[in-house]
Write a protein that binds this ligand. Structure first.
Ligand SMILES: [Zn+2]
Length: 257
């Protein structure tokens, strides 16, 4: 099986080279590493420049939205073009932790949707307890034209339907391995398989059997297996579908056999 980790923070891993080696052995053939501010976007770009199996996104996380200004937007755009990035984000709204004022979060999110549209890149969206507003911004700005993923999808079936109607994908993390994730299992069962992506969000959200350890791309297999179990489909089929979808959405190079 060949898996793609569609959302990792490689720059936050203690031993990224070791983790990359273990990922390869575990069949994780490609990794999208994500920027959350200018410095981490630059680190993500470095990974993608040096490693053929890594691509990057550049963006500003809602937690960091207060740092936004004209210079930062100019730098992020330049980086997106030169890296080159395959997506814009992670961007969005986080009304759970509210680490930046909501007005600044909205402004930063809208600015990044504009950037994605301008550059023709898909969006990696972070939504925590801000479902209606995230959806409204994506709809209003015509984000369907570039598409993207609601990473670590945490909404219910109603939001999932709206997101799918918009042409977006649902990102499934190790959360699906948790006992209490019944709503998520219901959501994935109702979604078309080709709109599901798997991701680690490492070093966060370690799958159940390994909880307590920092997460890394090699652990993606646990998420795949839990997703396959929830769907009642063979893991190989779910692996092939999620890998094909990630390649299509992010325009990744074809896999070598
Ligand atoms: Zn993330």
């Amino acid at each position: 099986m060949k898996l793609i980790d569609s959302h990792a923070h490689l720059d936050l891993l203690k031993d990224a080279p070791g983790a990359l080696g273990r990922a390869q052995q575990a069949g994780v053939v490609h990794i999208l590493t994500i920027g959350v501010d200018l410095a981490s976007s630059q680190r993500a770009a470095q990974f993608s420049r040096h490693l053929p199996q890594v691509s990057c996104s550049v963006g500003l996380h809602p937690h960091e939205a207060a740092a936004a200004g004209p210079e930062l937007w100019a730098e992020l755009k330049r980086l997106a073009l030169t890296a080159p990035a395959v997506a814009i984000g992670e961007c969005g709204l986080d009304f759970y932790r509210d680490l930046s004022p909501r007005a600044r979060q909205r402004e930063a999110f809208q600015r990044q949707v504009e950037l994605a549209l301008e550059l023709g890149l898909p969006l990696v969206v972070h939504d925590r307890q801000a479902h209606e507003e995230v959806l409204a911004i994506l709809q209003r700005q015509g984000a369907a034209r570039v598409g993207g993923v609601l990473h670590c999808f945490s909404g219910g079936p109603d939001l999932a339907r709206e997101v799918l109607t918009l042409g977006f994908h649902l990102g499934v993390t190790g959360v699906i391995t948790y006992k209490q994730a019944e709503v998520l299992r219901q959501v994935v069962r109702e979604a078309p398989l080709e709109r599901l992506l798997i991701e680690t969000d490492c070093p966060y959200l370690t799958p159940a059997p390994l909880r307590g350890k920092p997460n890394e791309p090699a652990y993606l297999l646990h998420t795949l297996e839990a997703l396959a179990l929830a769907l009642g489909r063979p893991a190989v089929e779910v692996a092939a579908a999620t890998t094909a979808s990630a390649r299509r959405l992010f325009g990744l190079p074809p896999l070598e056999d």
